[in-house]
Design a protein around this ligand. Structure first.
Ligand code: HPA
Length: 290
């Protein structure tokens, strides 16, 4: 593992470097999945900080993951965006995978919005379907909270409802208003990087998974340990292994993500606008209602 044995990256140090470059503290931390960079275009007054400009920041190595933080606002809500996520399959320790969430929390973010590309297991989840994750199976054989307790985090966080119910309802309402079809499902997180075998996909289906992917769960676990509210979306980029005739390829995942990612960007922007409207209070609420 890349960071094991070395010094653990310190979120406070990284947060300090970022806070010198932004005027506002972020309320929402958004993590972009493979090929899902379209959301970046919605950020107003964007300030982009490449990971290589930050001391102590590791680098992601996957195609489709650029490696930068973008700060700004969407729909009147101040956001910190991570473009280029760290995956355990790259050899990163779970502390590195979780690092950006910890940085965002140090900067004051109280909500995590995570996005990812996923394989569809449930029959109706074909390429291009957009799904709100309503629960997950952690099958990554690792947990970012293992080890000493990080300051500000719970030792044994409750995970009976990791995804915030009210945010989920809000997202469903926004999707309906925008005419975006949004399913709900259970996401199984596996280590990767090899895709699943057909037998593994049958196993995942029996375990209750609707989707499978290689990310998101470590970030959500970390966010919950910090008391952050979580909302997560999967863009289905392919039928999971054995459920279609086509072999799986990362290029196809990126291609579908790029083609269908605009809808996810519209949805996230809509959710941010709604959150902005709610936090502006009842007076403004009336004034700005559609
Ligand atoms: N399996 C695991 N991860 C994925 C898949 C998949 O089929 N598609 C996109 N990410």
């Amino acid at each position: 593992m890349v960071n094991r044995g070395g010094e653990a990256p310190e979120p406070e140090r990284i947060a300090e470097q970022l806070s010198g470059r932004i005027a506002m503290q972020p309320d929402v931390f958004i993590v972009l999945g493979s090929g899902l960079g379209a959301i970046e275009q919605s950020v107003e007054d964007a300030v982009s900080v490449p990971f290589q400009a930050i001391r102590g920041m590791p680098r992601p190595s996957v195609k489709g993951h650029a490696g930068r933080f973008v700060m700004g606002s969407i729909g009147g809500v101040s956001v910190l965006l991570q473009s280029g996520r760290f995956h355990a399959y790259e050899g990163h320790g779970m502390d590195t995978v979780a690092l950006p969430v910890r940085v965002a929390a140090c900067l004051g973010a109280s909500t995590l919005v995570a996005t990812n590309a996923a394989g569809g297991i449930r029959e109706d989840l074909g390429p291009g379907r957009l799904v709100r994750i309503e629960d997950h199976l952690n099958l990554m054989l690792g947990n970012p909270l293992a080890g000493s307790v990080v300051e500000g985090e719970a030792r044994f966080p409750d995970m009976s409802e990791p995804y915030d119910r009210a945010l989920g309802v809000l997202a469903a309402n926004v999707a309906e208003r925008l005419g975006i079809s949004l399913d709900r499902g259970v996401y199984a997180a596996v280590l990767g990087p090899s895709y699943e075998t057909a037998a593994e996909v049958r196993m995942l289906a029996r375990l209750g998974a609707d989707l499978v992917g290689m990310s998101t769960v470590p970030e959500v676990i970390t966010a919950r340990a910090r008391g952050m509210r979580c909302l997560a979306f999967s863009m289905v980029t392919n039928r999971a292994a054995g459920l279609s005739d086509a072999p799986l390829s990362h290029d196809d995942v990126l291609e579908v993500g790029a083609r269908a990612g605009g809808r996810l960007a519209d949805l996230v922007s809509g959710v941010m606008a709604e959150l902005g409207r709610i936090s502006a209070g009842p007076d403004d609420h009336e004034g700005r209602a559609k």
